[in-house]
Design a protein around this ligand. Structure first.
Ligand code: SAH
Ligand code: ZN
Ligand code: ZN
Ligand code: ZN
Ligand code: ZN
Length: 422
């Protein structure tokens, strides 16, 4: 889809020539597209790019994959193979071509219903950053949204939530929730029809399936007069908040297109799952959102895993435009309701009398600094030199602009330690 226009900034000012680069891959190694904004592109280069794109299409279209899936289902267990190297369901006629690849045999219907377990997670940090929900968190999200009365879920970059909804719906008769998955991972087109999955780029709101896919999404949002639908998204954490927000606003606008009295000011309900240190960035674009204390855990993320003992705290939270008091967090995990803040908070989150709010962001008990006039992390001290609270070990110098992500000095957002697992 379309590239994004980037500008280098220093001290808040734009500097130098602006350029276009790939919206989805933040690493030039994954996609080398680069073009100056004012560059004249020759016919030859244009043709070369088109040629390159043609040669880098997936082996089958979504439609073809749907047909292949049907044929696959008709095969006896002994003939159901999945190529691990190509991440592809194989039909017997294709075995030959993959003979020196690793493959899985006897693929059961249950396996076909949980593709997120069958496919390997694309952990490539800068592009896909596929971190799958731990069962506990996925269950919690699903229970939460069904308890709130939602019946349709627009799953944007949440394949595991989508999968849990799909398999529950096929197993339990009374369970009537449906989900539409929008994701850039085209491997999922092998397992879902065109009404269940759209190949989508959330950094530029591009539907690879064109107008038909657009229409699928629009129809889904407009069912039941647009009621009972919620969007749940869990984007890669290295992603540009600005680009994501712009796409999400377009999805919200799509929902709002319904002609209905008194709808004008409403927003499509949304859960945006993202680390807490992005709170101010998200609120810049969505002032109606608030951050919930619930810690979202992942299966394949060493840092954000929920352990029985010595649990590491996940920095990932739910941002929502729903009324905070409606978001009931599990009391058996220690969350409790603060009657003053009118929301559920972490066990360690103490209501600060001075700030008049439960101020902890990371789940630990924060302390109030009278000089800074706000609550700060427990490990921080007020430095009279810097005139603010910071780590005791720091060099007292007013640095220029800090990291775009965490605000700290000494590194750029691309190498922000809060985004990667060491
Ligand atoms: N926790 C979620 C997965 C989140 S990982 C779950 O368990 O369901 C981020 C997801 O966003 C991945 O599925 C990845 O394929 C998808 N993604 C990454 N970049 C994307 C993009 N540019 N557009 C759409 N989806 C993207
Ligand atoms: Zn293969
Ligand atoms: Zn409180
Ligand atoms: Zn305070
Ligand atoms: Zn201070």
């Amino acid at each position: 889809g379309p590239a994004l226009l980037f500008a280098k900034t220093s001290q808040g000012k734009e500097e130098g020539r602006r350029f276009y680069a790939c919206s989805a891959c933040r690493d030039r190694k994954d996609c080398n597209f680069f073009q100056w904004e004012d560059e004249k592109v020759s016919e030859a280069r244009l043709a070369a790019r088109e040629e390159y794109n043609r040669n880098h299409q997936p082996p089958f279209t979504h439609r073809e994959n749907v047909g292949r899936y049907k044929s696959f289902l008709l095969l006896p267990l002994s003939k159901r193979r999945f190529c691990q190297e190509c991440q592809q369901l194989l039909l017997p006629a294709e075995w030959e071509k993959h003979s020196d690849h690793q493959f899985l045999c006897d693929i059961t219907t249950a396996q076909l219903k949980s593709p997120s377990q069958l496919l390997y997670p694309l952990e490539n940090k800068k592009t896909n950053a596929q971190y799958l929900f731990a069962d506990r968190s996925c269950q919690f999200l699903l229970n939460l949204l069904t308890d709130l009365g939602f019946r349709r879920v627009l799953s944007v970059g949440t394949p595991r939530l989508h999968e849990m909804i799909q398999s529950k719906a096929s197993q339990e008769e009374e369970f009537s929730v449906r989900s539409l998955l929008l994701d850039i991972d085209f491997r999922y087109s092998q397992f879902y029809t065109e009404d269940e999955f759209c190949h989508y780029n959330m950094f530029n709101h591009h539907f690879f399936g064109g107008e038909a896919a657009h229409e699928t999404c629009r129809k889904f949002l407009h069912e039941e007069n647009g009621e009972k639908v919620i969007m749940v998204t869990d984007p890669p954490f290295g992603g540009l908040v600005e680009a994501l927000a712009s796409s999400f606003k377009k999805l919200m606008a799509m929902w709002r297109e319904i002609e209905k009295e008194g709808h004008a000011k409403e927003e499509m309900p949304m859960f945006w799952i993202f680390p807490y240190f992005f709170e101010s960035r998200i609120l810049d674009f969505f002032p109606s959102f608030s951050m919930m204390d619930y810690q979202v855990d992942y299966d394949n993320h060493a840092l954000y895993k929920h352990g029985k003992t010595g649990r590491r705290q996940s920095p990932v939270r739910i941002f929502t435009n729903l009324t905070p008091s409606l978001i009931v967090l599990p009391e058996e995990e220690g969350y409790r309701f603060c009657t003053i803040c009118q929301r559920y908070v972490s066990p360690g989150n103490q209501h600060c009398e001075i700030c008049n709010s439960c101020t902890s962001k990371d789940g630990r008990r924060w302390k109030h600094c009278a000089l800074c006039k706000k609550c700060v992390k427990p490990s921080w001290f007020h430095c009279n030199n810097c005139n603010c609270c910071t780590l005791q070990k720091h060099s007292c110098e007013k640095t220029d602009v800090g990291c775009f992500v965490c605000g700290k000095a000494g590194h750029k957002r691309s190498s922000c330690p809060s985004l990667s697992c060491p």
